[in-house]
Design a protein around this ligand. Sequence first.
Ligand code: CA
Length: 228
Amino acid sequence: MHVLVVEDEVTLAETLRDGLGAEGFTVTVAHDGLTGRDLAMTGRFDAVVLDIMLPGRNGFRVCRDLRDGGVTTPILMLTAKDGELDEAEALDTGADDFLSKPFSFIVLLARLRALQRRSAVSDVRAVTKAAMRVGDLVLEPMQRRCRRGEHDVSLTAREFDLLAELARCSPDVVSKTDILARVWGAEFEGDPNVVEVYIGYLRKKIDVPFSRMSLTTVRGLGYRLDAQ
Ligand code: CA
């Protein structure tokens, strides 16, 4: 994950660079608003940590410029302490989250990871708008339609989402953990065996009536959808 930190307090910027670097992030630092904005405009970052009080151009305006410019990179804004108004304005300008100074590094890390998860989910949704084909199995996410050859297959919303995730990753194996996170959502706290249950439902609809075995359980690893 490549993070852009736009922060004019050099010591804080360096602390973030070192801390995030130690957690496996790639970090680019800008010390003023204009440099930060120009870097972020490239859209090549996975997240932006953006201070408000910056030389050149303040964080609110940078945030607004980025959103107006069509940049959808998640933005975490650093607001002044007790800055309730700042927080409202931060969200209003298109920031995804805010953190008031002084903040704990652990909290910043957790917020960044949450932003990353949320944006991964929306990426998946954007990608899966296109029709997917695995052998003669065709999924049309916009119409929520599933076909095996010439036959329409009626799926519930959850079955469709699960099959779409497997189709998107096919022929790779998708772990139960990833399926739960991407199909049921990160907040899911129920029985993880729900995945196996739904795989069973899907087999009865997309495989059994057609004498296929396209949906495979790879023991200990997850599930795979094959073209056959
Ligand atoms: Ca500042």
